[in-house]
Design a protein around this ligand. Structure first.
Ligand code: SF4
Length: 727
């Protein structure tokens, strides 16, 4: 790792200004100050308070992630001449270059067997997509949404799929936080955060696991720094010593800038990749040994506490240390700080969920929090850090293969319809069905499914076996180019959130529902996702059975959501009252849990053994200049990388491979290889390495957590050799 690298700081301010100047300061400022939800991470900013203001009225100085997203939307249209080039030519562009081609403003169609796309009219587009879905059996189709779309579009998407005849409805959380939803569902009865933003203002202990908010949730860093500054503990658990979690220069604090950044972590634990559960078990063991359990809380508000305590006591320190790589003394020290905390918050990212034991990891976090009674009280609780701005909302309003029985029955009753009962397929299951030749048509609302899917070689061939793919997007990405050699695809341009002609809503990771006004006019060619879905639905579903035209007004969709999805009752009047709100019954300031017993549940899982048929374990990670699969810049200023074709590796591992910092290596797994990658010295435990997502997907198998169906993007067994490619 390069010395003296600090997260944030003036360079970030300059970078943001440069980006804004490129797209035009005035239009960037207008977009950033409008009353629309931030388009980027799930923390949530904007909405009716305007700009980058949060629900507490705090106005941050700068967030380059937000500006990056705006810079893509503010682009001029893609010149039509681009489509004179066939897919082969377009594939020469990387993700970043594709996004920078501009905004898609006309429908484009590629027939099966054609070499490239041709612009088509909206009328032709409507007829092509209706014909493809009409000619398919509903069971041989699937419907997918990313977390970019609104609650309104998501609700119509899932309703269309179900009334058309299939529950094959999924979303991108099957590649990120589904393990959180499953695990928390088991532990506390609902799968989202138990804290609101304000709780972070008074907690005195935050444990952050498997996440790098310096790059991915920039405003969260301020909360960590503030906790430390008021004397609280900030315990980071991450195999990689991320510079932005050690020190972060707060752009709006002159002092922080002058002293080269404010310290963030008070403790930094670096377990082996996949060692989190063992480490958490170790902390629980130390809490028990230090007599730190909240005995009255456990007796009054939890089930199976003693079963868990016995299991913890029966786990030896040796087993814990071997599995996580961290010794008893360090664990005892952190546990002591936890025992002294009055208000503890546990936050986590995909370093926890991207494993074959992702759900077990989440349950163990909940176990540790419950052990000290830290769920169900103010300023304390659980906080999964969600990646995309509305990924949580998309799940809440039913874009998933199995609706809760409550929502299922409410929809049937409210609309007087019968929904299909066959269990729908999750994202990976849909692609596996495609690979078996069992999918004829797919609708992808946003996202970049090809790039997001593990085992890229397999993903390409699976996608190519889908006869017809309908994509809704603002810009081009690799899903519009790969896996289409033999199949047909229609790509439709959609409005960005702040361009919608009617208001839309989004849900943050704090369960906070924001209202986006929309209303900014940029391009004539793009349409609202809701309008596109209603048009398709009107052609697929007999109007006598269900009239989708009733949803042309977004407020009618919100009324339907309010009537059918528990907790969202206030959505019906949000556009009139302009009152944003927290989803009911999720923020737990008292220990009342939505489980059948009304008590939280301890879950006991074995300490996992990782598959280690090769000597190294690789985790795929995002860079500073990246948002999900969108690459804004090649360099990762925090980690000191100038290119993305690199592998972060420990000094002793470099030495044992007989190579030095900067040399090239080849990385092999059971599914593929990365050749000629630059080795970059980084502070990691031995035998643990990192490479960037999505490039590393070539190495990652489709093996997944059987409980959440989430692929193990962060524990891949690899071997590394000095590259035969000349340095
Ligand atoms: S922290 Fe996240 S939600 Fe807030 S402004 Fe930055 S990207 Fe947007």
């Amino acid at each position: 790792m390069k010395d003296n690298i600090t997260g944030g700081g003036l360079k970030k301010v300059l970078y943001t200004l440069k980006l804004a100047q490129k797209t035009g300061l005035r239009s960037t400022a207008k977009a950033l100050n409008s009353r629309n939800t931030c388009k980027t991470c799930g923390l949530g900013m904007g909405g009716q308070r305007g700009g980058m203001t949060n629900e507490l009225g705090e106005f941050p100085s700068v967030c380059n992630k937000s500006v990056q997203a705006q810079s893509t939307d503010l682009q001029p249209p893609i010149p039509l001449e681009v489509f004179n080039h066939d897919l082969h030519d377009l594939k020469e562009l990387d993700e970043s270059e594709l996004a920078k081609l501009g905004r898609l403003t006309t429908p484009i169609y590629k027939a099966a067997g054609a070499l490239g796309y041709t612009p088509v009219s909206w009328q032709e587009a409507a007829s092509i997509s209706a014909k493809a879905f009409r000619n398919s059996q509903p069971e041989r189709t699937f419907f997918y949404s990313s977390g970019r779309s609104s609650n309104e579009a998501g609700f119509i998407l899932q309703l269309l799929a179900r009334i058309y005849g299939t529950n094959n409805v999924s979303n991108c959380s099957y590649y990120c936080h589904q393990a959180t939803s499953e695990g928390l569902g088991q532990s506390i009865g609902h799968g989202t955060a138990t804290v609101e933003l304000e709780d972070l203002s008074s907690c005195d202990f935050i444990m952050l696991l498997g996440a790098n908010p310096a790059s991915n949730h920039p405003r969260f860093i301020y909360k960590l720094q503030a906790c430390r500054e008021r004397g609280g503990e900030v315990v980071i658990v991450n195999p990689a010593k991320e510079p932005g979690l050690v020190r972060f220069a707060m752009p709006k604090s002159a002092r922080s800038l002058l002293i080269g950044g404010s310290p963030i972590a008070t403790e930094y634990l670096q377990p082996n990749i996949g060692g989190d559960l063992a480490l958490l078990r170790g902390i629980a063991k130390a809490v028990i040994e230090q007599d730190g359990c909240a005995k009255a809380f456990l007796a009054a508000h939890t089930d199976d506490a003693q079963v868990y305590i016995d299991a913890v006591k029966n786990t030896s320190w040796q087993e814990i240390a071997e599995a996580c790589g961290i010794g008893c003394d360090e664990i005892q020290r952190v546990a002591q700080k936890y025992c002294q905390a009055k208000h503890a918050v546990f936050a986590w990212g995909m370093g926890i969920t991207h494993h074959k034991h992702g759900v077990d990891n989440v349950e163990e976090i909940a176990n540790l929090a419950l052990l000290r009674g830290m769920i169900g009280r103010p300023y304390s609780g659980l906080l999964p850090l969600r990646g995309h701005s509305n990924v949580q909302g998309i799940g809440t309003i039913g874009v998933k293969p199995v609706l809760s029985s409550e929502v299922f029955e409410a929809i049937e009753k409210h609309f007087d319809v019968e929904l299909p009962t066959k269990v729908g397929m999750d994202t990976m299951a849909c692609l596996e069905a495609a690979d078996r030749g069992e999918i004829d048509a797919a609708l992808l609302m946003g996202g970049n499914l090809y790039s997001a899917t593990p085992n890229s070689t397999w993903a390409k061939s699976a996608l190519d076996r889908i006869g017809f793919t309908l994509c809704l997007t603002t810009t081009l990405n690799r899903t519009h180019l790969y896996g289409l050699d033999n199949s047909s695809a229609l790509v439709l341009p959609v409005k960005a959130r702040d361009e919608e002609h009617q208001a839309t809503t989004q849900e943050s990771m704090f369960n906070y529902i924001r209202l986006s006004d929309g209303g900014i006019h940029r391009h004539d060619g793009a349409r609202s996702e809701v309008d596109i879905l209603i048009e398709l639905a009107s052609q697929l579903v007999d109007v006598a059975k269900f009239d989708f035209k009733q949803f042309h007004q977004h407020k009618s969709i919100r009324a339907a959501i309010a009537a059918t999805v528990p907790g969202l009752e206030q959505l019906a009047s949000i556009d009139v009252a302009k009152r944003e709100f927290h989803v009911n019954n999720r923020i737990l300031h008292s220990p009342v849990f939505n489980t059948t017993s009304g008590r939280a549940r301890f879950n006991v899982n074995p300490i996992p053994t990782l598959s280690t048929n090769r000597p190294y374990t690789l985790a795929s990670v995002r860079s500073e200049g990246q948002f999900n699969t969108i690459i804004y810049e090649q360099a990762d200023t925090y980690r000191g990388a100038t290119i993305r074709e690199c592998l972060f590796i420990n000094a002793a591992d470099l030495a044992s491979l007989g190579i030095k910092d900067g040399d090239l290596v080849d990385v092999h797994s059971d599914t593929g290889s990365l050749l000629g990658y630059q080795a970059i010295l980084f502070d990691l435990p031995r035998s643990n390495v990192l490479a960037y997502f999505p490039e590393a997907n070539i190495l990652i198998s489709t093996d997944r957590d059987e409980r959440s169906k989430t692929p193990a993007f962060k524990s891949v067994s690899v071997s590394i050799v000095a590259s035969k490619t000349a340095n």
